[in-house]
Design a protein around this ligand. Structure first.
Ligand SMILES: [Zn+2]
Length: 300
């Protein structure tokens, strides 16, 4: 924990998410910076820059939303669109392990988000390790994720929440502000004024400032007249949740006749993970249990 009025010590930028609190207002914030995790994810596919930038914004947003989860689980942001990115999907778990993909977007030519994700629908899914899955769906307004998230929060939370996102193909960053239940400031007018002040300062941040400035620098630039408590960063990493076992389970749900056909054609079955490019190869003996089910079916 440090005070932003302390002398600023520059450290090399790294993947992390930092929470901050206003000492004299019921407002919390979160800042995320991604570089190597972001670069690893976009290096798996040959995306055009506009797609990489958009994917970076989604990755930063997933971390911002996940950093406040109070339970073990995964948060998924997914857009299906009629534009040049038919499917964009990012996932972040409670340990801030990230993965993401812009499926079918390798040959996108537009640099306009609205074109890339034309008529997109954003699904926000919270998938707890234990308990009920929750999904909210909002239209993707003008291809802008931050606008859509603002709309989502307006509908689902009583507390004001705003998100800013930026990415340049090498770095991605995000800033979230959220009102907390009235505790420090019970007076409604004063509470509204505090939110207006904090929000309007954040609205002055440019995209390059968002991804280039360290958290301390950014907070100092915006709120050096306010008392802000900044917490230690939580590290964020690229980590794919795929495994040989999960892939095998997915294969087991296929029709055994189709598996038999593939084996006869190719000798073995290779499954690729689009998120991390891992290849999983299964021989006939690896799939004996699946094919065994087929035999039983034929006998009956
Ligand atoms: Zn994978």
């Amino acid at each position: 924990m440090s005070d932003i009025s302390d002398p600023i010590e520059l450290t090399p930028s790294s993947d992390g998410s930092r929470r901050f609190l206003f000492e004299d207002a019921d407002i919390r914030g979160e800042i995320v910076h991604l570089d190597s995790a972001y670069q690893e994810i976009i290096a798996i596919h040959q995306y055009p820059l506009a797609v990489s930038r958009l994917l970076g914004e989604f990755l930063a947003a997933a971390v911002l939303l996940c950093a406040n989860l109070k339970f073990e689980g995964t948060l998924i942001l997914q857009v299906r669109s009629e534009g040049e990115i038919p499917l964009l999907m990012v996932e972040c778990d409670h340990q801030l392990r990230l993965r993401g993909i812009a499926s079918g977007a390798e040959h996108a030519t537009s640099d306009n988000n609205n074109e890339l994700l034309r008529s997109g629908q954003l699904a926000i899914t919270i998938d707890p390790a234990h308990g009920q899955r929750y999904q909210g769906i909002v239209p993707l307004e003008q291809g802008s994720l931050s606008n859509s998230l603002d709309g989502y929060f307006k509908r689902s939370e009583q507390l004001n929440t705003r998100v800013w996102l930026a990415a340049d193909g090498e770095q991605a960053a995000g800033l979230l502000l959220q009102q907390l239940p009235a505790l420090i400031t019970p007076d409604e007018d004063q509470r509204a004024q505090q939110w207006e002040h904090v929000y309007s300062m954040a609205a002055t941040v440019t995209d390059p400032e968002l991804y280039q400035l360290e958290s301390e620098q950014l907070l100092y630039q915006l709120y050096h007249k306010d008392r802000v408590r900044l917490f230690e960063p939580a590290s964020v990493s690229f980590n794919c949740s795929c495994s040989r076992e999960r892939t095998h389970r997915a294969l087991s749900t296929l029709n055994p006749d189709d598996i038999e056909e593939l084996l006869q054609e190719q000798g073995s079955i290779t499954m690729d993970c689009d998120f991390c490019n891992q290849h999983y190869q299964f021989s006939r003996s690896d799939l004996a249990n699946v094919l065994g089910a087929n035999k039983a079916k034929i006998l009956h």
